[in-house]
Design a protein around this ligand. Structure first.
Ligand SMILES: O=C(O)CCC(=O)C(=O)O
Length: 209
């Protein structure tokens, strides 16, 4: 079952319910142009959503060139262009609530969903900004729903030292906004600490990756 705020009090652990974006939302300004919003406990029934996405998303392993070798990308990924149904109806609710909440600041709807599956602490993503499309030259937002084991999302000014570490937990929402994709880089570092799997769902506007 998927619901909005009204279902939160009644939801059983296997019912997925999405709360209002603005409730408990905290903004951290990284500098004058860039910020991160964190909204703890945005989605309840996150165990059920995690299980459905783990089983239902068409995960694929990627390989990429690194110097003169082809290496495995250390996580599984998938992408949904936003047409038709997402792999779980709760994600459509998430996208619509994000679009409504950020309409004035963003000026366009969230459309696509990227999916990452970090199987354990050895999976990671290296420093990067999401700079494909207009995000190379214009402000945008990336809204991340985090499910499963909490992992650190580290941020640093381009090429600089880590300046902020966010830890999004099971069902939490993290949004990077302003010039964050141009002026800053983010990463999910590997960890030697025993850690379970994590799924992140990244909502983006059309044409941004
Ligand atoms: O998993 C995350 O929270 C971040 C994912 C990310 O940065 C990306 O896929 O570009």
């Amino acid at each position: 079952m998927v619901g909005l705020q009204g279902c939160l009090l009644d939801a059983t652990p296997d019912e997925v319910a999405v709360g209002p974006v603005g409730q408990g939302l905290m903004r951290r300004h990284l500098d004058a142009r860039s910020w991160v919003d964190l909204r703890p406990h945005w989605v309840s029934g996150a165990d059920a959503l995690f299980a459905d996405l783990a089983a239902g998303v068409p995960w694929r392993a990627e390989r990429r060139q690194m110097y003169d070798a082809i290496v495995d990308v250390p996580r599984l990924v998938a992408f949904h262009d936003g047409s038709g149904h997402f792999p779980h109806p709760a994600l459509g609710v998430c996208r619509d609530l994000l679009t409504a909440h950020y309409a004035a600041e963003l000026g366009e709807p969230f459309v696509t969903a990227g999916f990452c599956y970090y199987r354990d602490g050895r999976d990671s993503v290296a420093w990067h900004g999401d700079r494909i499309g207009r995000s190379r030259s214009e402000d945008t937002m990336i809204a991340i729903l985090s499910l499963g084991a909490p992992r650190t999302l580290a941020l640093r000014p381009n090429g600089g030292a880590t300046a902020y570490r966010a830890k999004a937990g099971h069902g939490d929402l993290l949004v990077m906004g302003g010039a964050c994709q141009r002026d800053w880089e983010h990463a999910v570092p590997k960890t030697a600490t025993a850690t379970g799997p994590r799924i992140s769902v990244q909502f983006r506007v059309a044409g941004v990756r």
